[in-house]
Design a protein around this ligand. Structure first.
Ligand SMILES: Nc1nc2c(c(=O)[nH]1)N[C@H]1C(S)=C(S)[C@@H](COP(=O)(O)OP(=O)(O)OC[C@H]3O[C@@H](n4cnc5c(=O)[nH]c(N)nc54)[C@H](O)[C@@H]3O)O[C@H]1N2
Ligand SMILES: Nc1nc2c(c(=O)[nH]1)N[C@H]1C(S)=C(S)[C@@H](COP(=O)(O)OP(=O)(O)OC[C@H]3O[C@@H](n4cnc5c(=O)[nH]c(N)nc54)[C@H](O)[C@@H]3O)O[C@H]1N2
Ligand SMILES: [Mo]
Length: 770
């Protein structure tokens, strides 16, 4: 407890704080100099692709093309710590369930396959042969649609393609992935609006853009390499208009840790030129306000004979639904927009005026838009705003969803999706001579519903920590014991190994940074970044244990043990030479991967064709669509008795990668030594009768009959809008009702949870819980 410290952080993002954090993590994972040498290969055209975020890799990389958090992720994977059979022999699973996430993963890399032994409540070693044979035998007894093939977004294009094919040959489209909890709102919104499921911008657009609008993405923590692109744009005088309930440091100021001058002089670049601290879920209202203001400015310009504000030519030739959209905007009144967004009309008009001036605007966003009940509508509203001035399909302009996991976008590209309509099933049928399943598979939320209902017979996780990442963990955790089989392909120990099914296996795999030696020699893999560029990646480090297997190998062996041999699916040849897998997915997606074979290591990556970038609209109307939302409420389940209820946002700290907790500090937010906190506005603290630093219990305000509560969070007075509060994911996932998700995409609405704060019932316990 004495180590907990909450102060105001007044440094920039990057800078010396970043350099120091880097040295600390390399030494903690015992990777000093060798780690630093490996970091020099990170995100280089012939190196390995970072295992942290999915931000684009420039064609001409900087000397050190990594950031503090990318380096942490590398050190985390290359740690010298190991989880051996002795570790499992020394601890029962029930005991490990009480360990914090940090302690579990800090044990190091998994080293050999393990199997759960109910008699001793321990994991015991099992040979690869037996593990694969036993899992295959189990899978053969289940109805395919009762088996789930989950993927976190790290596995390569090669492993992902094989995994998706395995699931479909087995007979199911149950291929949910982490993007179901992340950018699924994007994948549903953008195809309706502009006919592509991904962003339309590339790195070059940052060089010619005239304005960047930034919504709900914490660049300093979640995609720090992007700060270089933002800094360069700012140096050209490009304004950045930010909408975020929190004043995130990376969006305020940045010192480039790779610039000696900046480091020595302490110079930093101001990032945002306008910063709008809107309410959680206030974006739909704020965007509506901006559209209204823009339409009003255009009408005024027309009346005065001044140049038009909208791009009328673009609207006429390229869009559909403009009239209905106008009607929607006309109907919304400013008082409601102000109330819901938490912003003054003048502030919204100032943002709109900035937008009106720009001839090329980018709209960048992250989880602040996607993780809401109306996430899809909000993203579509951002597209509407861009369409008004023709900002899709021209240089320096476009929509830029910032993806999470390093290959989450790529997994979708090669078939990991529960939506069969997104996959060329006919082509698969032809290529591999089978009848692919056409029934829609389960999303992440549907998997949870079916686990609760006892309908899931087996769960296979290709990476990730599903049990910990999903909503409603208090209800979910006990339900997993009713699943007959759980299999986790992992690099490190996590909660999904401890909250397991009746039969449970841990299959340890190589990480991307490690050398992957197969029959034809060391293999390379590939992935897709946030800007739709494909890159090759080459492992450099020796494997953490001789017993590790590659993900393609594990998928192939599981497939061979489960389904009938098919001469058209040469699993063994594919494992021997991943180039043959690339040939196979190029045959399935010829347009997407045209020329990939020879351009795997092309600097900057190979950009995949995106019709919307060329103003070709593959939508139902054949045009870009204005899509009007139903109203401006982005989280409509807020109960009526408003005042005691706060909107909770669950966030990442600067010291975590999703459920992986690197440490207990959140440097940019001034928090040291704890993650068990609740950021609150000073006036809410006073109004509700609490004090800064007091311990409180927080419960979800719903009437669905379930009690959801987290106890002993420390109140931290913080600059969040009144009526909002914030804390850390995944500790607070217990508070998110399973049904509290985007209405169309089913992305859990993790950024706006109605909660009530109570005095702590049992403060004594807290002293040990901190
Ligand atoms: N270091 C590090 N990097 C990561 C990850 C990590 O955990 N650690 N995770 C990776 C993954 S999988 C993902 S998806 C991305 C996630 O990266 P982000 O999209 O940055 O996700 P979050 O950190 O959840 O926070 C999003 C931001 O949204 C703001 N916000 C919250 N609610 C609202 C709202 O209603 N409106 C607006 N406008 N803003 C809001 C928050 O204040 C916060 O700044 O990062 C990836 N990169
Ligand atoms: N409340 C709340 N909940 C959220 C979110 C939120 O903002 N708020 N964000 C959501 C988002 S955006 C996401 S993406 C999900 C994340 O959900 P997941 O992707 O399921 O979770 P991670 O924490 O990224 O998974 C970490 C584990 O992956 C394994 N791993 C790491 N590298 C590899 C590898 O190379 N191969 C294999 N096979 N395994 C590997 C390690 O064992 C590690 O323990 O969580 C979601 N949940
Ligand atoms: Mo994510």
């Amino acid at each position: 407890m004495s180590d907990i410290e909450i102060t105001e952080y007044d440094g920039p993002a990057g800078g010396w704080g970043s350099a120091k954090a880097l040295t600390e993590i390399l030494s903690r994972e015992k990777r000093g100099v060798s780690g630093a040498v490996l970091l020099g290969k990170q995100n280089k055209p012939d190196g390995f692709m970072c295992v942290s975020c999915a931000w684009a890799k420039p064609a001409e990389p900087r000397a050190f093309e990594y950031c503090e958090n990318g380096a942490k992720a590398t050190a985390w994977e290359l740690t010298r710590n190991r989880v051996t059979r002795d570790f499992f022999a020394a601890h029962t699973v029930s005991e490990l369930r009480d360990w914090p996430a940090y302690d579990l993963e800090e044990q190091g890399r998994l080293t050999e396959p393990m199997k759960y032994d109910p008699a001793t409540d321990k994991y015991v070693p099992v040979s690869w042969n037996d593990a694969i044979r036993e899992i295959g035998a189990e899978l053969r007894t289940f109805e395919p649609d009762s088996v789930v093939f989950y993927a976190s977004g790290r596995a390569s294009l090669e492993a992902s393609y094989m995994y998706a094919l395995f699931a479909r040959l087995y007979g199911t489209n149950n291929l949910p992935d982490s993007s179901n909890m992340c950018h699924e709102s994007t994948s549903v919104a953008l195809p309706q609006s502009i006919g592509v499921p991904v962003g339309t911008t590339v790195l070059d657009d940052f060089k010619t853009t005239e304005l960047i609008m930034f919504f709900g993405q914490n660049v300093g923590t979640s995609s720090p390499r992007m700060l270089h692109d933002l800094q360069e744009a700012r140096k050209r005088g490009v304004p950045i208009i930010t909408f975020n309930p929190l004043r995130e440091r990376g969006l305020e100021r940045f010192t480039n840790p790779q610039s000696p001058t900046e480091m020595l002089t302490g110079a930093s670049t101001e990032i945002s030129t306008q910063y709008h601290q809107l309410k959680a879920g206030g974006d739909l209202a704020a965007l509506t306000g901006m559209c209204k203001a823009l339409l009003a400015a255009d009408a005024k310009a027309e009346a005065e004979g001044a140049p038009e504000v909208l791009d009328r030519e673009f609207i006429k030739t390229h869009t559909h639904g403009f009239k209905d959209f106008l009607r929607f905007c006309d109907k919304q009144d400013w008082s409601r927009i102000e109330r819901r967004s938490g912003l003054k009309r003048e502030a919204i008009e100032a943002a709109a005026a900035g937008y009106a001036r720009s001839k090329a605007t980018m709209g960048v966003y992250g989880m602040g838009l996607t993780q809401h009940r109306k996430g899809v509508e909000t993203i579509q509203m951002l597209v509407n705003l861009l369409l008004l001035k023709g900002n899709i399909g021209k240089p320096g302009a476009g929509i830029c969803p910032v993806r999470g996991h390093s290959n989450v976008q790529g997994q979708r590209t090669v078939g990991i999706t529960e939506k069969p309509e997104l996959v060329p099933l006919d082509q698969l049928a032809k290529q591999f001579g089978f009848k692919p399943p056409h029934k829609k598979g389960m999303t992440t939320v549907e998997v949870c519903e079916n686990v609760l209902a006892g309908k899931v017979k087996a769960f296979i996780g290709l990476g990730g920590n599903f049990v910990r990442a999903v909503p409603d963990t208090g209800r979910m955790d006990p339900a997993w014991s009713g699943v007959p089989l759980t299999v986790q392909v992992s690099t490190k120990l996590n909660r999904s190994h401890l909250i397991h099914g009746e039969k449970a296996y841990i299959l340890p795999c190589l990480g991307r940074i490690e050398i992957d030696e197969q029959a034809t020699g060391p293999q390379v893999v590939s992935m897709e970044d946030s800007t739709s560029c494909f890159h090759g990646s080459r492992g450099f480090a020796s494997p953490a244990s001789p017993e590790l297997r590659s993900e393609p190998w594990i998928v192939a062996e599981l497939a061979k043990a489960t389904i009938e041999p098919n001469p058209l699916v040469p699993w063994d040849d594919w494992v021997a030479d991943y180039g043959l897998v690339r040939e196979a997915f190029t045959a399935t997606y010829p347009k997407v991967f045209k020329g990939f074979k020879d351009r795997l290591f092309q600097p900057g990556g190979l950009h995949k064709p995106l019709p919307a970038r060329e103003r070709k609209w593959e939508t139902k109307t054949g045009l870009a669509n204005f899509v009007a939302p139903k109203g401006v409420e982005s989280d409509p389940d807020m109960p009526a008795d408003g005042r005691a209820v706060l909107d909770l946002m669950t966030l990442r700290s600067n010291d975590q990668f999703n459920t992986t907790v690197y440490g207990y500090d959140d440097r940019f937010r001034g928090v040291k030594g704890t993650r068990h906190i609740l950021f609150m506005n000073a006036s809410d603290i006073e109004r509700l009768g609490f004090a800064n630093g007091e311990l409180v219990d927080v419960s979800t305000h719903t009437d669905d009959g379930h009690v959801r509560e987290v106890s002993n969070l420390r109140v931290v007075e913080y600059n969040v809008p009144e009526g909002c509060c914030a804390g850390y994911y995944p500790e607070l996932n217990v508070l998110i009702p399973l049904w509290h998700h985007d209405e169309q995409a089913k992305t859990p609405a993790a950024k706006c949870i109605p909660v009530v704060v109570h005095p702590a019932k049992n403060v004594l316990l807290a002293a040990t819980a901190a």
